[in-house]
Design a binder for this molecule. Structure first.
Ligand code: HGY
Ligand code: MN
Ligand code: MN
Length: 400
């Protein structure tokens, strides 16, 4: 088995990797992600898994049961192949490669599943191109409607269906039939934090996901000359944005929660002019939905107050909101054994399927750096192998 995992891992490693940063740019329906998906289909076919591509860009490999009646109650595993901008190697792909390697382990053990096992590669989990996290799993589960997805565009104004068609897919947005066959979902994922490092555990189990959201702040002001405009005469949206970013940081620290402005667009983005517009995206994450509403509310209020003082405008739009997730406790307990059960503030397709009523659990693999959404993200190969074994054990138990 280790060589299966290692070989697949090295196959995938160069795809979409930046030579300068060693980070990954595998945005959905781009050539790099298309190459990852083609690789995944090839690996499924090499294992005689029946490949199904749904109308939302999700790819699923099915290990159908040879005997007996059941076609339902399938055990789903897998994760996503897309990355954030300049992302790490493990966030997503580790779950997909580990799922394929776990199937190799089960076959080495001579295991014959009593119910179907499926491996999914969900589309646009990061929301890094179209702004809505877990777009593929939300569409498949019906959490997001085709109409909502059709209102999304990327930074160049490209619509979801046009991007899918350009990547050789046949868009047919909407609930996916194949999800009706799924009885439970186990997603393996690199840990995005240091809990397992601190506990000296190679593998852990997730208890739940913090509620979180992404909010677009549109600051509008008055473009003017950087030299001839007195400071007291300005209506500068960059100033309102800067004060809002400071307020977000302070409010999150005071509340013991998380707030990040990681993406900003300025128009006209000139060096010698006061900008007319600044658009910035707030990523907020809190322990509870009440905390999330309170934190975003406090930040928005301070930003609006500042806009009033600066004579600028502000419109805040929630673009992607994910509710609190409590994973299936019995499933988590079955997977846990003596492993640590830890929460996360990172969103996952597992969160979407859990919220859609599918009993779901997550396995985390130790990340010695604790860093994620960065080229510094890492997992030791021995821990990856431990993850594969844990996933194989889980699949064997659930699919017996
Ligand atoms: O943003 C997240 O939490 C996840 O990595 N998509
Ligand atoms: Mn991620
Ligand atoms: Mn992920």
């Amino acid at each position: 088995m280790p060589d299966d995992f290692d070989r697949m891992w090295s196959d995938l490693a160069p795809v979409g990797r930046s030579a300068s940063t060693t980070g990954y740019f595998r945005q959905p329906f781009t050539s790099a992600e298309r190459e990852c998906r083609a690789w995944f289909v090839e690996q499924c076919e090499a294992r005689d898994l029946r490949v199904e591509v749904d109308g939302n860009g999700n790819t699923v490999g099915w290990w159908e049961v040879s005997t007996g009646s059941t076609t339902g109650g399938a055990v789903l595993t897998g994760s996503h192949l897309d990355s954030v901008l300049d992302g790490g190697a493990y966030d997503g792909p580790l779950g997909v490669v580990s799922a394929l390697a776990a199937i190799d382990v089960l076959r080495d053990r001579g295991f014959a599943p009593g119910r179907p096992i499926a491996v999914a590669a969900f589309a646009e989990e990061e929301g890094s191109r179209f702004g809505l996290a877990c777009l593929g799993s939300r569409l498949a589960a019906g959490t997001t409607t085709p109409e909502q997805a059709r209102s999304l565009t990327d930074r160049d104004g490209v619509r979801v269906e046009d991007a899918m068609a350009a990547a050789g897919l046949e868009p047919a947005l909407g609930r996916s039939d194949w999800l009706e066959r799924v009885g439970c979902f186990v997603e393996l994922h690199v840990e995005q934090g240091r809990d397992l490092v601190d506990r000296e555990a190679p593998v852990g189990v997730a208890s739940g996901i913090w509620p979180h959201g992404r909010y677009r702040f549109d600051f509008t002001g008055e473009a003017n000359h950087a030299g001839t405009t007195r400071m007291e005469d300005r209506h500068d949206p960059m100033l309102t944005y800067a004060m809002s970013a400071l307020a977000a940081n302070k409010q999150a620290r005071l509340a013991g929660q998380r707030a990040t402005f990681g993406r900003v667009e300025v128009a006209p983005n000139g060096t010698n002019a006061v900008p007319s517009r600044v658009t910035a995206w707030l990523d907020a994450r809190c322990r509870t939905e009440v905390d999330l509403a309170a934190l975003v509310g406090a930040i928005e209020k301070q930003a609006q107050d500042r806009a009033g003082r600066d004579g600028t405008g502000l419109v805040v739009t929630a673009e992607s909101v994910s509710p609190a997730v409590e994973f299936d406790p019995s499933l988590a307990a079955r997977l846990a054994g003596d492993r640590p059960v830890v929460p996360t503030a990172a969103g996952h397709d597992a969160g979407i399927l859990s919220a859609a009523g599918i009993p779901t659990a997550m396995l985390f693999v130790r990340n010695p750096t604790g860093v994620s959404h960065s080229p510094a993200e890492h997992a030791e190969i021995a821990d990856c192998h431990a993850g594969v074994d844990a996933l194989a054990d889980a699949l064997e138990e659930l699919a017996s």
